[in-house]
Structures are given as structure tokens and as C-alpha cells.
Design a binder for this molecule. Structure first.
Ligand code: NAD
Ligand code: MG
Length: 391
């Protein structure tokens, strides 16, 4: 008997992870039926994806593009909607598997909508767990949703983490490429342009995560993400710089064994793992040739040149609203940097400034998260050129 196709929803289908997910689906079209696709500004790409995949519904988050998208799909019977509420509607439509690949806290409500109907969720949108980790994980449990980490490090850990013998795990080790400025001085980093910051040496990704990788805030966000996904305290989550991005992360056991997952730096491997789970499916990624590579290197992260890493650890330690504030401030600071408004080092300065200005209350409800996130965004948007002022 031929198995029924897996029904799939892709939140953030027009982005880097979304496009890689579609690439895998189109390599085995009989195995999948796409239920919904969502995007934000790029309505042309969304319309083109919709024509190829014939979902039941497409949603453009930015309502300004609704008319264009609607007109582009007028001769089809694909439902078209716009706005943040419609994103949640798309996520709520029944489907077996959801790719959560919206960038930033904007992905929180739609991803929760998928969680709340007990879907299997491939989670790329790490900001969900940073801004509302405790609440998010409680809902995963309450609604018996299945969370499948897509972030390459967390996917690697998921593959080698013995959930039955968690007490035998000494620590998890998140590897980090170190980004394009790994060896740069602070003085040189003060002058980098957005184009330099988004040019990642190993991975091809969206602009926001590329800047996060350059500042190493990405690794800080990933420490918080790992804490929530695997229930490990900050002290048992190490960061190790590994410039080749081949060892995607490791788990160290109390018997002295360290298990790792390796692969070429291509998101289609972790996406395929999450899409096929619990079975493995093929991915068209390059074969890992260790003889050709010759050597893999590792070094300790530098918390002085990459202060975002320490800020994220401090936020995790403080708990409550601190990670929500960190995330919101970082989103605003990165957007301001990409717009050419502030320097690269101002990102960390603005995050730190915001963390000291917004009070760390508890975030028990989604409304609390939204309120703290909004307040942190206002403070971060108003912050002046802080790193220059400090010099
Ligand atoms: P991207 O910028 O390429 O794509 C983001 C997607 O989100 C797009 O579809 C965009 O239209 C949509 N979007 C943006 N703002 C939105 C809003 N306000 N409302 C609704 N939709 C919105 O980003 P990406 O690189 O694909 O990353 C997506 C997520 O996956 C991020 O959280 C990132 O940290 C995580 N991630 C990405 C990679 C990678 O290799 N790209 C690796 C690991 C984790
Ligand atoms: Mg990652």
C-alpha cells in the first residue's frame, strides 16, 4: 500500500530555511501535500511557490502586499489572506508537520498555534524559545506536540542525546563557526559594514541570523534554545569555536564518551532529519570528505570581543523576562545596524543598555511576553550610538 502523503505547513516559506524545505519536498513530490505557505514582504516569491505547490492557503504577513498576492493567484483556487492573525489561522489548519521558519519573535504566535493543535513542529525559529521558552515548552507538553529541532547544532544534539539516560550526560557542547570576524580586533569590528557582516564564511542564511552569527549573539540565543529544548542548565552548555562548521555539536557523557554529529554545512541535512523523523530521508547535500578537509580545529570563544555571548548567558541566568528583553533588543539593534543607523559594536551596547533599563518581571503569560517585548523594543529603538559614546 502506498502511504498517504505527509501534509505540510511552511511558516516563513520565502526565507532561507523555507526555500531549503521546499527544495526537499520537491525532490519527492508524491510524499507530501502542502497545506499552507506564509511569507512577509516577498509576495512574488510566495505566489510563485504557491503555483508550484498548490497549497490550500497562502498568507502574506504584511497586509500592504495582499492585493498583489491575491491578483497573482486570481486564476487559482488557493485561499489568500494577510496579517498576523491569518498567520495563526494558517498554522492552525490541520497538517502533520509544520516548519517554523519565520525569523524573530514574530514567529511566536503562529508557532504556538501549530503546537496547540499537537502538530509535529520542525523548529528553526529559535527566537520563539528565547523570548518565551518556559511558556512555549509547557504548551508543547500540554498539547502533546512533537518538537523537532532544526537549528543545526540542536539537531545534532537531538541525534546523539540519550533522553533515557539524561543523568549520564555531563554536558552538551554547541559548536560555533565564529563568524566572519572571528579573528578581528574590536577596533576593526567597529568599522564593519552590513555587507561584511552578512557574508558568512560557511553558511548561506537570512540577514538577521547572519548578523547574529557575526556578533556571536546567535550562539548566545542557541545556549538559551538548548537550555529549553534539552532541559540543561547554563553550566552544562559549553560553546566551542570550530571554524570549519563540520562538527555540528556534541554530547559528552559521564563515561568519557563524546558523541557528535558531522556533516557539510547545509541546512538541508537537519531539515531532512526533522521532515523525515523518525525515519531518515535522503538529502542532496555534499558528501563529507574528511581526507580532503585534512584537519578540523577548535578554540575557546572570546567573551571580550564577542560580548553578546556573555549578555545571553547573563539573561539565561537571570531568567524571567531577561531573555525576552535580550531578544527584542537584539532584533531592533540588528535591524538598525542593517539600516546603516548604528555601528556593529552598538548592537551589543544597545542590548546591554536595554537589559539594564527594562525591569525583569516574570513572564507567565503570552500577554506578559508581548508587553515586555514591546517595552524592550521601544527602549532599544530610542537608544543612541552607545559604543561610540563609551569610547
Ligand atoms: P530569512 O530572513 O531568510 O526568512 C525569514 C522568513 O520569515 C521569510 O519567509 C520572511 O518572509 C518571514 N518573516 C519575516 N518577518 C516576518 C514577520 N514579521 N511576520 C511573518 N513572517 C515574517 O531567515 P532564515 O535564515 O530562513 O531564518 C529563519 C529562522 O530560522 C530564524 O529564526 C533563524 O534564526 C533560524 N535558523 C536559520 C538558519 C539558516 O541557515 N538560515 C539556521 C538555523 C536557524
Ligand atoms: Mg545554529
Amino acid at each position: 500500500m502506498v502511504a498517504a502523503p505527509k501534509t505540510v505547513t511552511i511558516l516563513g516559506s520565502t526565507g532561507s530555511v523555507g526555500v531549503s524545505t521546499i527544495d526537499l519536498i520537491e525532490r519527492d513530490p508524491a510524499a507530501y501535500k502542502v497545506v499552507a505557505l506564509t511569507g512577509n514582504g516577498n509576495w512574488k516569491k510566495l505566489a510563485e511557490q504557491a503555483r508550484r505547490l498548490s497549497p490550500d492557503m497562502v498568507v502574506i504577513a504584511d497586509p500592504a502586499h495582499y492585493a498583489d498576492l491575491k491578483a497573482a493567484l486570481a486564476d487559482t483556487n488557493i485561499g489568500v489572506a494577510a496579517g498576523p492573525e491569518a498567520l495563526c489561522e494558517a498554522a492552525s489548519l490541520p497538517s502533520d508537520w509544520v516548519m517554523a521558519a519565520i525569523v524573530g519573535a514574530a514567529g511566536l504566535k503562529p508557532t504556538l498555534a501549530a503546537v496547540e493543535r499537537g502538530a509535529s513542529v520542525g523548529l528553526a525559529n529559535k527566537e520563539c524559545l528565547v523570548c518565551a521558552g518556559t511558556l512555549f515548552m509547557a504548551r508543547v507538553k500540554a498539547h502533546k506536540a512533537t518538537l523537532l529541532p532544526v537549528d543545526s547544532e540542536h539537531n545534532a544534539i537531538f541525534q546523539v542525546f540519550d533522553f533515557e539516560q539524561k543523568d549520564k550526560i555531563r554536558k552538551i557542547i554547541l559548536t560555533a563557526s565564529g563568524g566572519p570576524f572571528r579573528t578581528w580586533s574590536l577596533g576593526d569590528m567597529a568599522k564593519v559594514t552590513p555587507a561584511q557582516a552578512v557574508a558568512h564564511p560557511n553558511w548561506s542564511m537570512g540577514a538577521k541570523i547572519s548578523v547574529d552569527s557575526a556578533s556571536m549573539m546567535n550562539k548566545g540565543l542557541e545556549v538559551i534554545e538548548a537550555h529549553h529544548l534539552f532541559g540543561m542548565p547554563s553550566e552544562q552548555i559549553d560553546v566551542l569555536v570550530h571554524p570549519q562548521s563540520v562538527v555540528h555539536s556534541m554530547v559528552e557523557y559521564t563515561d568519557g564518551s563524546t558523541l557528535a554529529q558531522l556533516g557539510t554545512p547545509d541546512m538541508r541535512t537537519p531539515i531532512a532529519y526533522a521532515l523525515g523523523w523518525p525515519k531518515r530521508i535522503p538529502a542532496p547535500t555534499g558528501k563529507l570528505d574528511l581526507a580532503q578537509l585534512g584537519s578540523l580545529t577548535f578554540e575557546a570563544p572570546d567573551y571580550k570581543r564577542f560580548p553578546c555571548l556573555g549578555l545571553a548567558r547573563a539573561a539565561l541566568q537571570s531568567g524571567g523576562a531577561a531573555p525576552t528583553i535580550l531578544n527584542a533588543a537584539n532584533e531592533v539593534a540588528v535591524a538598525r545596524f542593517l539600516a546603516g543607523e548604528i555601528g556593529f559594536l552598538d548592537i551589543a551596547a544597545i542590548v546591554e543598555h536595554t537589559m539594564t533599563r527594562v525591569s525583569v518581571q516574570s513572564v507567565a503569560t503570552l500577554e506578559d511576553v508581548v508587553a515586555v517585548d514591546g517595552e524592550a523594543r521601544r527602549v532599544a529603538a530610542a537608544a543612541k550610538n552607545l559604543s561610540a559614546a563609551a569610547e
